[in-house]
Design a protein around this ligand. Structure first.
Ligand code: AMP
Ligand code: GLY
Length: 422
């Protein structure tokens, strides 16, 4: 079989790497990929971005299945376009991907289907938004409605911060069209977990649980990022909580999307806030795998990913099981100087690690310039290791990243710190 993976991040490297291990695969193309994907055996990058070009490529190369990594092409309807040409592609159609591409859509959907989430209101008029903030008080959370690459959420600890966020989005147009509408919601306390499943329109196959670390610095300090590290499993998701998340969150999405005539097919990611009383509320939906959660999840997946996706596309996910390495996988992101505000690019990267099957270095913002590996984005690499527990996996990842150098690399040394508390 020949597959096409769309995207260029650490998530796509991990997906392609895992798919490439299937004995059923002869070739994997990644569009556009990164230096890591092009260095893997059996994987080749293709420098294509536009949907029409990707469709032409899939037809000319007889691609059996396409897997979409990031949210942007999903929200723009890449799945609809491939399907219209009779091509096999895994991901939700644009109408279903609105669960991620519009926070207002997601909140209304949750309200309509009794999915637990923070109390909220949606605004396009600044004055009404300011009045709501004054009435509710702080802390309070202001979210741009549209896709904002992880930068559209302001967790305001003071009313003033919330008012400023509203002015930035609704008055000064600071987030562009994504911020022309805002959702303002209740501040929730608890512990977050990433709950990711595969859905075939009818059945659910849960993936291993995981937890992301969104702040730049140790002890969850500093600015929000796309994610500085993740580990799997997340012990905070007990079997009881797992069952609750399926019943209260995932099943209603499946039923609601079916009723709307847009059955959900693809990876569905529910960002959950778990309160001290073990009740859960949905912080966000993503209609794709998480980055960097995918890196540890793929390290632990023992089942053949090609077969799982094939079943998802045939509507027979109820006929397969997923098998996981019982160990913990933990990924530490190495980010460029200046990330997340203005990452410096073009730095030479040197890697001198020894081969170890319990570690994999997934690439994100990397490229080759004249055969030299250089940085090309904010999140550069994600060193992912397996261990008997989170601490052991972290030690191995930290030891490995000592053998990786580029100027002023930033990383956290405390990824997985919550794993031991549960
Ligand atoms: P989102 O993109 O909606 O998941 O928001 C990004 C991050 O902001 C989440 O991972 C949380 O850490 C935080 N966040 C979002 N919504 C809330 C909320 N209602 N209460 C507290 N923190 C939140
Ligand atoms: N790691 C969070 C995300 O992928 O949205």
């Amino acid at each position: 079989m020949k597959l096409l993976v769309i995207g260029s991040g650490g998530r796509e490297h991990a997906i392609a790497w895992r798919l490439a291990q299937s004995p059923r695969i002869s070739k994997i193309y990644v569009a556009p990929g990164n230096a890591g994907t092009s260095s893997e055996k059996g994987i080749e990058n293709v420098l294509l971005h536009e949907t029409d070009d990707l469709i032409d490529f899939a037809i000319s190369k007889n691609i059996d299945m396409t897997i979409v990594g990031p949210e942007a092409p999903l929200s723009e309807g890449i799945v609809d376009a491939f399907k219209a040409k009779g091509l096999m592609i895994f991901g939700p159609v644009a109408a279903a991907a609105q669960l991620e591409s519009s926070k207002d859509f997601a909140k209304q959907f949750m309200a309509n289907h009794n999915i637990p989430t923070a109390e909220y209101s949606t605004f396009i008029e600044p004055e009404a938004a300011h009045n709501y903030i004054s009435a509710k008080g702080a802390p309070i959370v202001v979210k741009a409605d549209g896709l904002a690459a992880g930068k559209g959420v302001v967790v305001a600890m003071t009313e003033q911060e919330a008012h400023e966020a509203v002015d930035m989005m609704l008055v000064k147009n600071g987030m562009g069209v994504a911020g022309a509408k805002v959702v303002i919601e209740e501040f929730l306390v608890g512990e977050e977990a990433s709950f990711i499943v595969m859905i075939d329109g009818e059945h659910i196959l849960p993936l291993a649980t995981s937890q992301d670390h969104k702040r730049l610095l140790n002890d969850d300090q500093g600015p929000n990022t796309g994610g500085m590290g993740a580990y799997s499993p997340a012990p905070v998701v007990t079997p009881e909580l797992h069952a609750k998340a399926i019943k209260q969150v995932i099943e209603p999405v499946l039923d609601g999307m079916k009723k709307a005539g847009t059955p959900f097919v693809g990876f569905l990611y529910a960002g959950l806030m778990i309160a001290p009383d073990q009740s859960i509320k949905v912080l966000e939906f993503n209609c794709r795998l998480g980055d960097p959660e995918t890196q540890p999840i793929m390290m632990r997946l023992k089942s053949d990913l090609v077969t799982l996706i094939e079943h998802a596309l045939m509507g027979t996910l109820d006929q397969v099981e997923s098998v996981w390495d019982r160990r913990t996988a933990l990924g530490i992101v190495l980010a460029a100087k200046g990330y997340p505000m203005s990452p410096r690019k073009g730095e030479i990267i040197k890697i001198s690690t020894e081969n170890n099957s319990d570690v994999h270095i997934f690439h994100a913002g990397t490229t080759f310039v004249d055969d030299q590996l250089v940085t090309s984005g904010g999140r550069v690499l994600c060193v992912t290791a397996l261990g008997e527990n989170a601490a052991q996996a972290r030690d191995l990842a930290l030891k490995t990243l000592n053998d990786i150098s580029f100027p002023d690399k930033q990383y956290r040394t405390d990824i997985g710190h919550r794993a031991n508390k549960n």
